[in-house]
Design a protein. Structure first.
Length: 138
């Protein structure tokens, strides 16, 4: 008995499936986390589950447990200069933050955190390096 055939996922204008595009963002985040652990081994950080696709039942459990839509992907709990910590929403170079992500970032900024959107691996690593090497707001 063989496996049932798998339908192809819908394609968007770039010619790649939505799943393939999400994997690309996840790949950038995984590479960034590896870099962060090597370059700043004592940093206290966490990543949200926002980029992970879950079944509706699991998403309901996450929401009930306190997950908030729009929470940035990377949370660095290290004060520097005038900031309480660094929060980053990571996007592919051609990505766009959602209104919920923008609102969350604005709320973090109002509370004294450095919060931003980074587009791609080079931008996120540069943002973190600047954050750790400069003590004043940038």
């Amino acid at each position: 008995m063989g496996y049932p055939s798998v339908q192809k996922r819908p394609f968007i204008k770039s010619g790649r499936s939505i799943l393939q595009l999400k994997e690309k963002e996840l790949d950038i985040q995984k590479a960034f986390v590896k870099w962060l652990k090597i370059k700043y081994p004592k940093v206290l950080f966490s990543a949200s589950a926002g980029g992970m696709r879950t079944y509706r039942k699991e998403a309901g459990k996450m929401k009930a447990a306190g997950y908030t839509k729009g929470c940035p992907d990377i949370m660095i709990f290290e004060p520097r200069g005038d900031y309480c910590g660094l929060f980053i929403e990571l996007k592919r170079p051609d990505g766009k933050p959602t209104p919920e992500q923008i609102a969350f970032i604005d709320g973090l900024k109002a509370r004294g955190y450095r919060a931003t959107v980074c587009y791609g691996y080079e931008e996120i690593t540069k943002e973190v390096d600047v954050y750790f090497t400069h003590s004043a707001k940038h």
